[in-house]
Design a binder for this molecule. Structure first.
Ligand code: FAD
Length: 458
């Protein structure tokens, strides 16, 4: 159906506010790499109107691409034809249940607003990402987002208690309970978590809350090599156990870029850096001394521990600004990978050696959540090459993913598959697994209308 006619028909049951006049902000992806074409953007303001839109689309065989904050990095919320269904107007905090430590929210709530709502009730919602000011809970669930606190609290999969989902036939499946135990058959929520909008539109979620940290200690550690970081991680996990929340790896080059971009001094000079954070839900005045002593005895003597909130914020700014800082380098080919932690040093060493031999003009920006084994492994080429860099993408990916697979890792740790990586899925999932995924997809969405051409290989 032509976009103008489609819009006219949608206007029969959606209000003008649910059909934005200016589609532009919803069409271009975060990296300005993928643009939606020939589509109509809708922003239903109620679950009922999501259902009506889906039923209308099912009846007329119109494709629907669910969209949250559009901060995903793999082209997952970009459409060619049909409807972009943006959840941004479904943004109420529905209920906070302190006895069960649970919060129920609309899927279009911005992550930061959920963190704030929890804090206002003396609770803590631990999912934290650099995009938290714009990404939405529904998008976080659809991608099984990870972020900075996975070490202690797990990924989004570990934080969801219940889901409300509109299926491709327009029916609502709602199981928004605060139960922390419920062994009553297949755990259907896990089908939708990480399904990247291909099986259903998440409209609401009940999420776990935690006690807010009363004590936080943040340290920046300089190390000679990645192997030293792995040893430190192993020892610190063993010593501080669940108090270790974050353990972030930053290469020297990534720190230099971020420090210049953030107009902050580099905290230390070293080849490799770790930003680590310990938290305790009780006031612990001795935690800083214990951390300092531990670092001295475990190869982390070249370190600083933040002495106040401003210092702590500056250290985190240096980590979180790496993504923005690296944009000055030119066109990039990025990788969101994970390898078993024990293999990280070998992976970085071998892959870096092969890529620099292949492309003498390459620049590598390596950083990420070493605590859970995931890394942002980003490659940059001179600015003057512009978009022609993408002609190298297949070969660069082949090298990076060869080393990832050789080291028993995965090609998508937390951003998902989207459009960008779907041809690589058969390298990390067996033919039987992909056949099962296709069977589930066909059962729920026989006409393949939900987020077509994403995730599953052609
Ligand atoms: P979108 O980008 O809008 O959509 C992502 C996918 O989910 C698409 O396939 C879309 O169709 C689907 N989707 C969206 N909403 C729904 C819904 N309600 N129902 C069904 N499907 C839906 N990710 C991490 O895990 N860890 C990080 O540390 C991290 N850091 C980041 C830092 C930056 C600066 C940026 C830009 C991104 C980062 N990300 C990170 C990527 C991350 O996946 C997203 O920021 C976030 O999880 C996606 O949420 P979104 O609302 O923007 O989803």
């Amino acid at each position: 159906m032509h976009a103008a006619l489609l819009r006219q028909q949608l206007a029969a049951f959606l209000s003008p506010a649910e059909l934005p006049d200016d589609d532009a902000p919803f069409l271009l992806d975060q990296r300005k790499r993928y643009t939606s074409t020939d589509c109509v953007v809708v922003q239903p303001a109620s679950v009922e109107n999501v259902k009506k839109t889906v039923r209308f689309c099912a009846q007329h065989r119109i494709a629907i691409t669910p969209q949250g904050g559009n901060t995903g990095l793999v082209g997952g919320s970009v459409a060619h034809g049909g409807i972009v269904l943006n959840l941004g107007k479904l943004n109420r905090i529905r209920h906070i249940n302190l006895a069960d430590n649970a919060i129920t929210v609309d899927a279009g709530c911005i992550l930061q607003n959920v963190q704030t709502a929890a804090a206002e009730h003396g609770r803590f919602f631990p999912l934290s990402l650099a995009s938290e000011g714009s990404c939405q809970i529904g998008g976080n669930i659809a991608c099984n987002a990870g972020g900075l606190n996975v070490l202690r609290y797990g990924t989004m999969r570990d934080l969801v208690l219940g889901l409300e989902v509109v299926l491709p036939n327009g029916e609502l499946v709602s199981h928004l309970h605060p139960l922390h135990k419920n062994t009553t058959g297949y755990e259907l929520k896990h089908l939708f978590i990480g399904s990247e909008g291909t099986l259903g539109i998440i409209t609401g979620a009940t999420l776990k809350l935690f006690a807010p940290p009363q004590t936080t200690e943040t340290a920046w550690v300089g190390l000679d090599n990645v192997q030293a970081a792995i040893s430190l991680l192993s020892n610190i996990k063993n010593h501080f156990a669940e108090r270790l929340c974050s353990f972030e790896l930053v290469s020297r080059f990534a720190l230099e870029l971020s420090a210049a971009h953030s107009r902050l001094a580099e905290p230390l000079h070293a080849e490799w850096h770790i930003l680590l954070e310990l938290t305790d839900s009780l006031p612990r005045h001795d935690l800083q001394d214990e951390l300092a002593e531990f670092l001295c005895q475990n190869g982390g003597e070249h370190s600083i521990i933040a002495q106040n909130d401003q210092q702590r914020r500056d250290l985190w700014t240096l980590r979180e600004n790496i993504s923005a800082a690296q944009r000055t380098l030119g066109t990039s080919i990025k990788h969101d990978i994970a390898v078993p932690i024990a293999h990280t040093a070998a992976f970085i060493e071998q892959c870096g050696r092969d890529l620099t031999a292949q492309y003498p003009d390459i620049q590598l920006v390596v950083f990420g959540h070493l605590g859970d084994g995931s890394l942002h492994y980003n490659t940059f080429f001179p600015n003057e090459l512009g978009d022609s860099v993408y002609r190298r993408e297949e070969a660069v990916n082949a090298t990076v993913y060869r080393h990832v697979l050789h080291n028993h890792g995965t090609i998508a740790a937390e951003h998902g598959i989207g459009t960008l990586k779907k041809s690589w899925l058969p390298q990390v999932r067996t033919a039987d697994e992909i056949a099962l995924m296709r069977a589930i997809k066909s059962q729920l969405d026989p006409n393949h209308l939900f987020n077509p051409n994403k995730l599953l290989p052609d």
